[in-house]
Design a protein around this ligand. Structure first.
Ligand code: CMP
Length: 143
């Protein structure tokens, strides 16, 4: 089953939207297999966002992600990477359609509440970066 990495960013934690974001992913039928609250180090932030190093927004992005706790999660389900990306909506909240998490709750490109892996390959890399193997829980869904 496909897995994806999701992080509620500092703005989502500070605005009290962790529960709302988790509820939307649960209601879609995705399965939560790992979750922790993390105060992100500069090193972890730089490694997570390595693909954006050198871009003009990179220093601000690192400052933002390390500014307050985040909630890191792994979700599992059919086509989990694409399903989460669709639920989040485009990066820029101003361009995200109503009904998506960012469309309903965010109106900025940097303060966009939540990160979701952009490919199965990124998901593998990000899950490995943020979680130890024994933090990923294998549990049966008997619904
Ligand atoms: P995320 O999905 O976490 O992946 C990279 C992040 O960089 C993205 O969400 C945005 O929060 C941020 N980002 C991308 N483009 C810009 C931009 N032009 N200005 C500020 N932040 C950006």
């Amino acid at each position: 089953m496909e897995r994806t990495f999701v992080m509620v960013k500092p703005d989502g934690v500070q605005r009290g939207l962790v529960g709302e974001i988790i509820a939307r992913l649960e209601r879609k039928g995705l399965k939560l297999v790992a979750l922790k609250m993390v105060r992100v180090s500069e090193e972890l932030a730089r490694r997570h966002y390595a693909a954006h190093e050198g871009k003009p927004f990179f220093p601000g992005l690192i400052r933002f992600i390390t500014s307050a706790p985040v909630v890191a999660m792994v979700w599992e389900g059919r086509e989990a990477v694409a399903v989460v990306r669709n639920l989040l909506g485009p990066t820029d909240g101003a361009k995200a359609a109503p009904g998506t998490i960012r469309g309903d709750l965010a109106n900025d490109i940097g303060f966009n509440l939540v990160h979701g892996s952009d490919s199965v390959e990124s998901a593998r890399r990000e899950i490995d970066l943020w979680f130890r193997q024994d933090e990923l829980l294998d549990w049966e869904n008997h619904r």
